[in-house]
Design a protein around this ligand. Structure first.
Ligand SMILES: Nc1ncnc2c1ncn2[C@@H]1O[C@H](COP(=O)(O)OP(=O)(O)OP(=O)(O)O)[C@@H](O)[C@H]1O
Length: 628
């Protein structure tokens, strides 16, 4: 496999391997190339003889009153056409001997690459792109050798008729070819962009199709649809840019192929005056219209579309995989001792939308238990999505565990028709995490034991429509509990359970060995069970322990209402959180409009023009959540 050269930006400079392997491929097949050249010569002999015989037929035969001579020359031309056709048939055989080994070698490369570095675009490469490479390579070999031999035949023919003819033909021919050569590289780049967009669509839709269940479960349909739509838009833009550059090809063809014909016609009187015979003039026109122009058309069309596409496809097929796709954020794992870290995170749902957060900092230690509270629509689920990796920040950094080490349970629990085992082991990556004994133990801890027994145990059949919303949530919770993921984010995932069942499930997650739990609270009682609470409002985000926040945050006091001194499972704290927005903060700064930090001696851990996060006071760890 050819080596790749990194350019630091895209990960590989794909042209490098091709530059080396291309000539090697051809040298190894020099016998085939020799055969191809021989049959091309036979094929192109007709080019030379066609114009020459026409001129002779006119000048030596018909115009001199000797039609037999004229007919003789025309017969000679006809024989040559027959010989040329035979040559063409043999040319195809030689081209096949060149093209099929290329296809085999490309398929081997693509398969090897897909095995060692699988990605969603492998299917596009193996089917679409290898076929493009094979077809375009065949087309390219045909048109380029045809152009060389036909042009040589036509120019030799013109020269043999009257060298002065070259004066009118060669300059525009060379000018047009130069223009075409200059435009080839930009056209190839546009073609590359187009193919990259095509691959991106294949990768995006492939990933989306493979993860439909997860997308539905996480309620991420709109996000995925937007991302896929953007890929299609990018392909459309790439295709429009490619079409614009293709105009150069049309211009080059006009200059090199059609301008000589016009010049020949306009210059006919001058040429006749310089001794060029009428037969030579007709022969020259035959060379230009019947040989040179079609050969140029094929070459420019072939090279301009198929040729640039071939170069691009071959580079992409033979390049080593890039270190990461364009635009993808490198995944950063949290620092030692922390489960999730957000630093300076700003997030908005669109380029023109108001940010949901601005400059948000958050740090949740390993084994921590954080509750997120705030009025409806304030951004709790958005924060959960950022933590879980469903969303990426517009700016700032989120450090989170790898995909397999985190799980988000949304409000709408996703269950599917199948056995209980299939449903709850859905996120298990190996048998150890999902044996029936583990499964039943997990269900017991979560509080789903009775439900599982009713459903018939792990083998019982689960029909989603026959379960209540709360039962579906229990199934989803058992699934998350069994997942080998240290970080669990519950986004109002217990809202359909009664307060006691919710408390039991949350406690089970909090007690998972080595587990970190983040709960978007549906009831304020969730906050009492957590080590730390994050209170979100329109301007500030504060973290602290329950008692600290009661003193420091007016919004938190408002959310907790009159039950603050009850236990976490007390009935008073079990009422669902009610929207309490806008609110006034402890120091009287309007929580919606104010951008000034509360003057309550709290530690400022992040601030920006809009929303800010502030430690609720003497917490000692400047915003770190959980812990002691
Ligand atoms: N996919 C989306 N596209 C555009 N805006 C969105 C999207 N999802 C949420 N929002 C907006 O972002 C803001 C924060 O929403 P989010 O769902 O995070 O709030 P929340 O605090 O979880 O609300 P709730 O408690 O009602 O679930 C809201 O203004 C919401 O309308």
């Amino acid at each position: 496999m050819p080596e790749a050269v990194t350019d630091g930006r895209h990960g590989t400079v794909p042209g490098e391997p091709l530059r080396r392997s291309g000539p090697r491929f051809l040298i190894r097949r020099r016998q085939v190339l020799g055969r191809l050249a021989g049959w091309s010569l036979v094929e192109s002999a007709q080019t030379f003889l066609f114009g020459f015989a026409l001129a002779r037929a006119l000048d030596d035969g018909f115009l001199r009153g000797a039609p037999a001579v004229g007919i003789g020359w025309l017969a000679a031309a006809a024989v040559c056409v027959g010989a040329g056709a035979y040559g063409t048939a043999r040319v195809y055989g030689a081209v096949a001997d060149l093209v099929e080994p290329l296809r085999d070698s490309l398929v081997r490369k693509v398969v090897r690459r897909a095995l060692y570095a699988p990605d969603g675009a492998a299917v596009s490469r193996l089917t679409h792109q290898v076929e493009i490479a094979r077809d375009t390579f065949a087309g390219l070999v045909l048109v380029s050798r045809s152009f060389v031999f036909v042009t040589a035949g036509a120019l030799i023919g013109l020269c043999s008729l009257a060298p002065v003819l070259l004066l009118l033909v060669l300059p525009p021919l060379l000018l047009g070819l130069a223009l075409f050569g200059w435009a080839l590289r930009p056209m190839a780049r546009r073609q590359e962009t187009f193919l990259a967009a095509d691959e991106a669509i294949a990768a995006e839709t492939g990933a989306a199709l493979g993860g439909l269940r997860d997308i539905t479960a996480a309620g991420a349909e709109r996000t995925v649809a937007d991302a896929t739509g953007e890929r299609f838009d990018a392909e459309q833009r790439a295709s429009a840019a490619l079409a614009r550059w293709s105009m150069c090809r049309v211009l080059a063809l006009g200059i090199s192929g059609r301008l000589p014909i016009v010049l020949l016609l306009l210059g006919a009187p001058w040429l006749l005056g310089r001794g060029v015979t009428p037969g030579a003039l007709v022969g020259a026109l035959a060379y230009l219209t019947q040989s040179l122009l079609p050969a140029l058309q094929s070459l420019m069309h072939g090279l301009g579309t198929s040729g640039t596409r071939l170069g691009v496809v071959l580079r992409r097929l033979t390049a080593e995989p890039a270190t990461r796709p364009d635009g993808a954020r490198p995944h950063r794992t949290p620092h030692r001792g922390t489960a999730v870290e957000l630093s300076g995170v700003t997030f908005a749902y669109g380029p023109h939308a108001d940010p949901v957060f601005r400059d948000l900092d958050l740090s949740v230690p390993d084994g921590g238990h954080l509750a997120i509270v705030g009025p409806s629509g304030i951004g709790k689920s958005t924060l959960a999505g950022l933590v879980a990796g469903l969303l990426e920040p517009g700016s700032g950094e989120v450090r989170r565990p790898a995909v397999a080490d985190r799980v988000l349970v949304p409000q709408e629990a996703y269950v599917f028709s199948g056995t209980v085992r299939e449903n709850v082991r859905y996120l298990c990556t190996d048998g150890r995490d999902g044996s029936d004994a583990d499964l039943l133990a997990a269900a017991e801890k979560i509080g789903a034991g009775a439900l599982l027994a009713r459903l018939g145990g792990p083998d019982g059949t689960l029909v989603p429509s026959e379960l209540s919303a709360g039962e579906r949530q229990l199934i989803a919770l058992v699934r998350a509990y069994l997942a080998p993921a240290p970080l669990v984010v519950l986004d109002e995932a217990t809202c359909h359970l009664d307060p006691a069942a919710e408390a039991r499930a949350e406690r089970a997650f909090a007690a998972r060995p080595g587990g970190t739990l983040i709960v978007v609270a549906h009831r304020i009682s969730s906050a009492l069970r957590a080590d730390r609470v994050l209170v979100m409002d329109g301007t500030h985000a504060r973290t602290g322990r329950h008692g600290d926040l009661l003193r420091r945050s007016a919004l938190y006091r408002e959310l907790t209402g009159g039950w603050a001194h009850e236990g976490p499972d007390g009935a008073a704290g079990a009422a669902p959180l009610q929207p309490a927005f806008p609110a006034r903060d402890a120091d009287g700064v309007d929580a919606v409009a104010g951008s000034r930090l509360a003057g309550d001696g709290g530690h400022v851990v992040a601030h920006g023009p809009g929303r800010q996060m502030q430690d609720a006071g003497d917490l000692g760890d400047r915003g770190a959540l959980g812990g002691q």
